[in-house]
Design a protein around this ligand. Sequence first.
Ligand code: NAP
Length: 362
Amino acid sequence: MNKKIKVGILGATGMVGQNYLKLLANHPWFDVVYLAASPNSAGKKYVSAVAGRWHMDAEIPDAYRNLVVEDASNVAKAVGKCSLIFSAVELDKQSIIKLEEEYAAKGFAVVSNNSAHRATDYVPLIIPEINHSHLDIIPRQRKQRGWQDGLLIVKPNCSIQSYMLPIYALIAAGYPISHMIVSTMQAVSGAGYPGEASIDLIDNVLPTLEGEEKKSEIEPAKILGKVAGDKIVSDDSIKISAHCSRVPVTDGHIACCSLKFATKKPSPEEAIKIWRSFSSLPQELKLPTAPVPPIIYRDEPDRPQPRKDRDAGNGMAVTVGRARPCNVFDLRFVGLHHNTNRGAAGGAILAAELLVAKEYIK
Ligand code: NAP
């Protein structure tokens, strides 16, 4: 690429926004030039806006320290500065829908981390290795919404990547799944900053994550669905029951899964072989953020673990272990991914790279 694509980040001061800055500091295709957040941060230099709440282990990249943060609702301010927007604002659903559509209408390619648009039938819900073909809806999305160059895609909830890549690999290898019970143990960074109170979490596990179980049960159907006309039609052939808990881990969501197959079932050895050989379009296209391999299978009986495995593949690989027969269903395993990287900023960056490779962003 001769010239880098100019990028803006909405919610740049938050947990996900900070991850974008960390991951994009040396990106070969993208150059962050526009930062926006709430009116509280607007007008401040980035370094002042995040004073006392910069959570990354690396320092704030020099290129961003003195950028002045804009008010994300002032869409006109971004016009002419950038063409790609990563959205990670924490707002009510209707305000996010309105804000992201305003950016798309003004010609921006919007890649969102928010849940507001995940169920919208003209908005692809993308895990790049699984449903890259859903981007085919973009010309129809543009026509339907009257957007010239703008577009809107979203990435899924941060809890589902640990199991979506492993189950998709099995389905793609000819083992359709009919039922899944999944129990997630989700890290505290998944709730943003400050998240749950420390007094609630230390020496404890919180067994109710509002909204997470529903998202974990509904979003897979859309991801496994198909583009039909100007809509994405869900494939709800897998019945999913999810339990989601918050655990006192900083980063790295775990999913313990039991699968029942619709027809034939793979042995654990066959499943491991499928996961180890899995690869997809982002790897073929050698997208800068694509992990190779996307799924890492660990033979040790005590893996995956958040501290040891969340940074695998630069925080973009899904680590799987403990494949074994299930006494109730057919097969069980444990999956793990980095929730603010693969599950948030990194997953969205990979989706944006796919948009560039497919020439939806010029
Ligand atoms: P966060 O740490 O609470 O950050 C929220 C961001 O939104 C901040 O930049 C904040 O700006 C901005 N904001 C708040 N009110 C605003 C307003 N009225 N107008 C414009 N910007 C406003 O949250 P987060 O964890 O980064 O999550 C951001 C979004 O990503 C949420 O929708 C979340 O559900 C989603 N998400 C999070 C994760 C994760 O692992 N954390 C994963 C996937 C998806 P100020 O600093 O100025 O207040």
